[in-house]
Design a protein around this ligand. Structure first.
Ligand code: ZN
Length: 60
């Protein structure tokens, strides 16, 4: 996990960058960083910083 320049947590997976969306205890839901600008629906679920679920289909 890396931090953006603004201090927001980001996740880098296979060359794509994901932004933190929701947090449920140790579980974190990440959405593609272009979710808002391009409507990409790719997402990742991590548990304790390990990827447990990934939907890495990007529209860009
Ligand atoms: Zn994407």
């Amino acid at each position: 996990m890396v931090m953006s320049r603004r201090g927001k947590p980001l996740l880098s997976v296979q060359g794509y960058t994901f932004c933190k969306k929701n947090e449920y205890g140790y579980k974190v839901r990440w959405v593609c960083s272009t979710h808002r600008t391009k409507g990409c629906t790719a997402k990742v679920l991590t548990y304790n910083n390990e990827i447990i679920e990934i939907m890495n289909t990007h529209s860009h």
